[in-house]
Design a protein. Structure first.
Length: 85
């Protein structure tokens, strides 16, 4: 069965909560780009240490590789919701 991306967007990605989370993530990246920590196309992600995309305090943000930030590694356990334990 083929994946229905349109339905996925309508049911999840366009919800007000997810739009707010995405907006906050974009603002976090802009904040670090302004300081020169990340650049477009550098293969890096902005990592929220507490797993909360809405907490954009400078002490909560760091730069991580995409592999480290998006994957599950032994030092960074995940629970079902995707947030850190």
């Amino acid at each position: 069965m083929a994946r229905d991306y349109r339905k996925e967007y309508d049911n999840y990605h366009s919800s007000p909560k997810q739009r707010a989370n995405r907006s906050s993530r974009v603002l976090a990246r802009r904040k670090l780009a302004k300081t020169g920590a990340v650049r477009r196309g550098d293969g890096k992600d902005v990592h929220h240490k507490d797993g909360n995309p809405k907490n954009n305090s400078r002490s909560n943000l760091s730069v991580a590789s995409r592999k480290t930030n998006r994957g599950v590694s032994p030092g960074r356990p995940r629970i079902r919701s995707g947030r850190k334990k």
